[in-house]
Design a protein around this ligand. Structure first.
Ligand code: DC
Length: 214
């Protein structure tokens, strides 16, 4: 069973995807990390994120980089969004994602174009969203918990800018697949959102794959 989870930044899609993978005993790939690895490598190489050749040159990263917590910063998220607009970068990361999705038994993948491009035949497609204000509040609280100095307006502006870029790029923009189920987490706790996501997967698959009924 392939579960494709797409959505904007801070929508809760990462947490929901991880929990779905655990619940249904499936391997999980956070595809945003691949773009983050390109952004990080490009930064190390002193490249220009808006230059497709520089961005492509940063696609040859070692797999071990994907475990580096440095990829999780806001700056690297912004760079990831910028390098991800270049079609050669998307092509360079395409096979790895499709191979992961196609492994025997299936997988859960989260990103922006999983239901539309990477796994258009996925058994279940979720599009996880939330208002930009709710997402900015979550990001703000998370950064404060980590002891970072943060300004709410800066975070909201960054989220809006990232949405704009991810939704309006020419290749594989962020958008729900025609057959995706929308999950709006604006007014849900993370646990409620996870329970709804599990229920949606079970509804789509008639509970055939539920290994751990709650
Ligand atoms: O999910 P994330 O915040 O880690 O993703 C970082 C950026 O990577 C995101 O703003 C756009 C890009 N991305 C993409 O274009 N396609 C994906 N499947 C995943 C991420």
């Amino acid at each position: 069973m392939i579960i494709a989870v797409d959505g904007p930044t801070a929508s809760g899609k990462g947490t929901i995807s991880k929990r779905l993978a655990k619940h249904f005993a499936l391997p999980f790939l956070d595809t945003g990390l691949l773009y983050r690895a390109v952004g990080w490598t490009l930064q190390q190489q002193g490249g220009d994120p808006d230059n497709p050749a520089d961005a492509l040159a940063a696609c040859n990263f070692e797999s071990s980089l994907l475990d580096d917590p440095a990829l999780r910063s806001e700056d690297i998220g912004g760079l990831a969004s910028r390098v991800s607009v270049h079609p050669p970068v998307r092509r360079a990361l395409d096979k790895r994602q499709k191979d992961f999705a196609g492994q025997p038994g299936g997988a859960v993948l989260d990103g922006r174009d999983i239901g539309t491009v990477i796994a258009p035949d996925a058994d279940v497609k979720l599009f996880v969203t939330a208002s930009s204000e709710a997402r900015a509040v979550r990001r703000f609280e998370e950064m404060k918990r980590r002891g970072q100095q943060v300004d709410f307006e800066d975070i909201l502006a960054d989220i809006l800018q990232r949405d704009e870029r991810d939704q309006n790029r020419a290749t594989a923009p962020l958008k729900p697949a025609a057959d995706a189920v929308l999950l709006d987490t604006t007014n849900l706790t993370i646990d409620a959102a996870i329970q709804q996501a599990i229920a949606l997967v079970n509804a789509k698959t008639s509970g055939r794959r539920d290994k751990d009924p709650a």
